[in-house]
Design a protein around this ligand. Structure first.
Ligand SMILES: O=C(CO)[C@H](O)[C@H](O)COP(=O)(O)O
Length: 214
């Protein structure tokens, strides 16, 4: 089980400084969607230079132009790029083709997928290997969390690895770890914490305690 640190709102230098503070606890560093919009692939390149031992994820949430937009991330050094699960299956297949061509990985973000079981089957059929359960920031503000969707994902995914994101923190981590996802994504709980190092450590310890952390 890997811990993915999502960097969404920080400026480049502040994001690098934050990631350095929690470096020992995280496996994947996500250049979050607002960060990608703000800094582009420059942020992916900078993080790959500064954190060569980490996997970098470019959270582009691709909706169209799957091959071209995936290649931007892979050429900049990302191990993973994200595509939206609600988009056309042709776009997802184009992203998968780019990932295969570069020997990298595609994460399908299932935010706003209405019928999870049907879409999980279609995506696995298309060759998707990582599916991410995701309750977005605006949904979180309305009181939603990704736990129920993670249960649905665990029940229906046959082959794909499973990631989960959406407001997870050190107080709720045990509930997620119990469901054994492959990747746990944490953003604001760490980046907004008074003590980001402590928050990251508590989350990683909960993952280790359950025997799943890498
Ligand atoms: O993809 C994202 C927003 O679109 C976030 O990176 C993801 O939800 C993790 O952040 P948080 O833990 O703050 O919810």
């Amino acid at each position: 089980m890997k811990l993915q640190l999502a960097l969404d709102e920080l400026k480049l230098n502040d994001a690098i400084a934050l990631a350095q503070r929690v470096r020992e606890y995280v496996d994947i560093i996500e250049i979050g969607t607002p960060f990608v919009i703000d800094e582009g692939m420059n942020a992916v390149r900078k993080f790959k230079q500064q954190f060569p031992e980490k996997e970098i994820l470019s959270d582009e949430k691709i909706m169209d132009g799957g091959f071209l937009e995936s290649e931007l991330a892979f050429n900049a050094g990302a191990e993973y790029v994200t595509v939206l699960g609600v988009t056309d299956i042709l776009t997802i297949k184009a992203c998968l083709k780019a990932a295969k061509a570069h020997g990298r990985q595609l994460v399908v973000d299932m935010i706003c997928v209405a019928d999870l079981p049907t879409r999980i089957a279609e995506l696995e059929q298309a060759g998707a290997e990582i599916l991410a359960v995701h309750t977005g920031a605006d949904q979180q503000a309305a009181g939603r969390q990704p736990l129920d969707d993670l249960r649905v994902m665990k029940t229906h995914a046959r082959r794909a690895k499973i990631a989960v994101a959406g407001g997870i923190n050190s107080k709720t981590i045990d509930q997620y770890v119990a469901l054994q996802p492959d990747i746990i994504i944490v953003g604001s709980a760490i980046t907004h914490a008074a003590d980001p190092q402590l928050e990251a450590r508590l989350i990683k310890e909960a993952m280790l305690k359950a025997g799943g952390a890498e």
